[in-house]
Design a protein around this ligand. Structure first.
Ligand SMILES: NC(=O)c1ccc[n+]([C@@H]2O[C@H](COP(=O)([O-])OP(=O)(O)OC[C@H]3O[C@@H](n4cnc5c(N)ncnc54)[C@H](O)[C@@H]3O)[C@@H](O)[C@H]2O)c1
Length: 259
């Protein structure tokens, strides 16, 4: 028996990175995947990858998780196709890094909309259907939501990801009476297209910081997706409101010289 057999799973941000890895893996675990992304072509390519492996996936149309109507239509398309929703994996996000004294307010607001408001909109749109299925929500936080950084100036990102972790706990509280579980997975530094373009770029100081990750490597999308499969499967049926950190130990140790 596959771990997500027959579950209808909405996953946002499936064009690339962790979202693509999640869509491919969830389908391999037997889920019926409903993907979506602003980068629609990429999400359709993910759907093709899944179909080639014999999995089931649907990508209804371009998805903008910051737009209330777009999210509502996405949920309706999933219901039309599969008749219900069991898992919502709010993965999509976009960020603008800058120091507080130079960051335009518009960039702070952009990041909050893309990383926090989007999760709330997605959870709300799917909520009544999760009540029916006694389903679950998985959000994506970050170690940025847990601690500050001397290297990466990111007030907007820290605020939004801290907000996602707090929002998830409240979703767990409000969902418990209906049998809805809500959990968060918080990646550390993961090698994806989005992060390779900025934090992991050759000349970025975060690249140097990455050498000090206790488990001696930057994470992969699959490292995060392994945790996601567990948290959304029935194996985690007694787990709600948690924040599972996937960071190679990065956030748990103080800076220091390795032996
Ligand atoms: N990569 C890391 O190191 C890292 C660390 C901590 C947390 N995260 C989080 O993991 C999640 C996935 O990030 P990733 O690393 O795969 O990044 P990525 O940039 O490679 O992928 C993000 C995807 O989300 C899509 N997206 C962005 N805004 C959207 C919108 N408004 N509507 C629909 N789709 C949208 C993008 O087009 C892209 O396909 C994000 O929430 C990110 O904040 C990443």
């Amino acid at each position: 028996m596959k771990r997500l057999e027959g579950k209808v799973a909405l996953i946002s941000g499936t064009a690339r990175g962790q979202g693509r890895a999640a869509a491919v893996r969830f389908a391999a675990e037997g889920a019926l995947v409903v993907g979506g992304d602003l980068l629609h072509e990429g999400a359709v390519e993910t759907q093709r990858l899944i179909a080639r492996e014999g999995g089931t996936a649907l990508t209804p149309g371009p998805l903008d998780v910051t737009d209330e109507d777009s999210v509502r239509i996405w949920v309706e398309e999933a219901l039309d196709a599969f008749g219900g929703i069991d898992i919502v994996y709010a993965n999509a996000g976009a960020v603008r890094f800058e120091a507080i004294d130079t960051q335009p307010y518009a960039d702070f607001a952009f990041t909050l909309r893309a990383e926090l408001n989007s999760v709330w909109l997605t959870a709300r749109a799917a909520w009544s259907h999760l009540v029916r299925s006694r389903g679950c929500i998985l959000t994506v936080g970050s170690t940025a939501g847990l601690s500050g950084s001397l290297t990466n100036w990111r007030t907007a990102h820290s605020a939004s990801k801290g907000g996602v972790i707090a929002l998830t706990r409240q979703l767990a509280a409000e969902g418990a009476p209906y049998g809805i579980r809500a959990n968060c997975v918080s990646p550390g530094m993961i090698d994806t297209d989005g992060f390779r373009a900025n934090l992991l770029a050759q000349d970025h100081p975060m690249r140097d910081i990455a050498r000090h990750i206790p488990l001696s490597r930057v994470g992969t999308p699959d490292d995060v997706v392994n945790a996601a499969v567990f948290l959304t499967s029935d194996e985690a049926s007694y787990i709600t409101g948690t924040n599972l950190v996937v960071d190679g130990g990065w956030s748990t140790v103080l800076p220091g010289a390795a032996h």
